[in-house]
Design a binder for this molecule. Structure first.
Ligand code: CA
Length: 389
């Protein structure tokens, strides 16, 4: 079970043989060194071409008041997905035209109060609250890896734990800690609680948990194409969801990290961790926290070469309502099925990943839950009447 992988790998990596990873179908994505990268000189034209700016809901006659509570209508259209800005990773490239139908989207990440209503109505138990089996774990570690000790088979989740001093940024295990007893109601582990945090994003939810909530609520998780279209906020070819202006510590546009990642967060934006939803300005479509605060699960399986493969299949034409691949491939964890997560979190910092950009994407193992990962839902116009009140 990959939610255990960071902890398990710490325990087991000295004894494990080299991973027998399948050969990737495309180069593994890697951060482009900022010192030597530059956009192609026509990148800005590519980004602007053939894009249809989404129309504000009020202008369509489908005012938000006609949709489900807490959702906004996002008019369908064509946009340029991906990024060729210098800080775009390979998995965000190339920029290409995508058309999506209109949909309603949750204005905010799903909150603790909303998730509690689901749990109370259904008795649902999240992945982090269940004891993993040895079989689940061994499926996701390289053959020959010794089984973990019995005491490792406990329910828990991954909690961001800042190290006391600066650390190299290539090893997330330096700031992620496996905490037995951590779950959505105990975000820092036993003894912690979400009292007074009803309007915070629910975290420590696996993809399965997010999908179960979505089904119960009569909604669904967004595709990557829908998510990015919404996160662009109606802007065309912009670096961030709010435009091209760099992140401002004086007037923060999103809940990300200030200071030296991962050991020293100044909290200058008012938060060193999660913030209540709607604490930062909405984007141009009236949607909050699509940049930062908490990562968000999508419906799509993750591959770093998703765009290349889809463009090859479409022979370069506009991709219409694209879905993810049939199976995932995540070079960072080749044995763990992964779905795409989007939006970055309170941990984002330009020195590390700048993943609060609308084009940024990563794969997260479907059974993994973390203290910085949440979700929001969408629903089509046809299904909107079935949304649970
Ligand atoms: Ca978010």
């Amino acid at each position: 079970m990959s939610c255990l992988l960071p902890a398990l790998l710490i325990v087991l990596q000295s004894a494990a043989p080299a991973p027998a990873a399948p050969a990737p179908a495309a180069p593994a994505p890697a951060a482009t060194p900022e010192c030597c990268a530059a956009p192609s000189r026509f990148a800005h034209l590519v980004q602007a071409a053939a894009a249809t700016q989404p129309v504000a809901p009020e202008a369509t006659g489908l005012a938000a008041a006609l949709g489900p509570a807490g959702m906004r209508w996002i008019e369908g259209g064509t946009y340029q997905r991906g990024s060729e800005f210098p800080d775009a990773r390979l998995e965000e490239r190339p920029v290409h035209a995508v058309r999506v139908d209109g949909f309603f989207m949750d204005v905010t990440e799903v909150t603790n109060a909303q998730f509690r209503a689901f749990v109370e109505a259904t008795g649902y138990v999240t992945t982090a609250e269940r004891v993993p089996t040895l079989e689940e774990i061994m499926k996701q570690v390289p053959p020959g890896t010794p089984p973990p000790p019995a005491e490792a088979l406990v329910a828990g989740s991954l909690v961001f734990t800042p190290p006391p001093q600066p650390v190299p940024l290539h090893n997330p295990a330096a700031w992620w800690r496996w905490v037995p007893g951590a779950d959505w109601r105990h975000p820092q582990g036993p003894g912690s609680s979400i009292d007074g945090m009803d309007d915070y994003p629910v975290v420590h939810v696996s993809w399965y948990d997010a999908a179960a909530y979505a089904e119960w609520s009569g909604k669904r998780l967004p595709t990557e194409a829908e998510w990015e279209y919404a996160a662009r906020g109606g802007l065309v070819g912009k670096h961030y969801g709010w435009g091209d202006a760099p992140y401002s510590e004086e007037s923060p546009q999103a809940n990300i990290w200030q200071g030296r990642f991962p050991n020293a967060n100044s909290g200058k934006d008012g938060y060193v961790g999660l913030a209540p939803v709607k604490s930062f300005p909405p984007n141009g479509l009236g949607l909050y926290d699509l940049s930062g605060n908490a990562w968000e699960w999508t419906a799509d399986w993750y591959r770093p070469d998703t765009y290349v493969r889809q463009l090859r299949a479409s022979e370069g034409g506009v991709l219409v309502n694209p879905r993810g691949p049939e199976r995932s491939y995540n070079p960072r964890e080749p044995l763990a099925p992964s779905r795409a997560t989007r939006g970055g979190s309170f941990l984002c910092h330009d020195s590390y990943c700048s993943a609060y950009r609308p084009s940024a994407r990563q794969g997260t193992a479907v059974d993994t839950s973390l203290s910085h990962t949440s979700f929001r839902c969408v629903v089509s116009k046809e299904q909107a009447t079935k949304v649970r009140k």
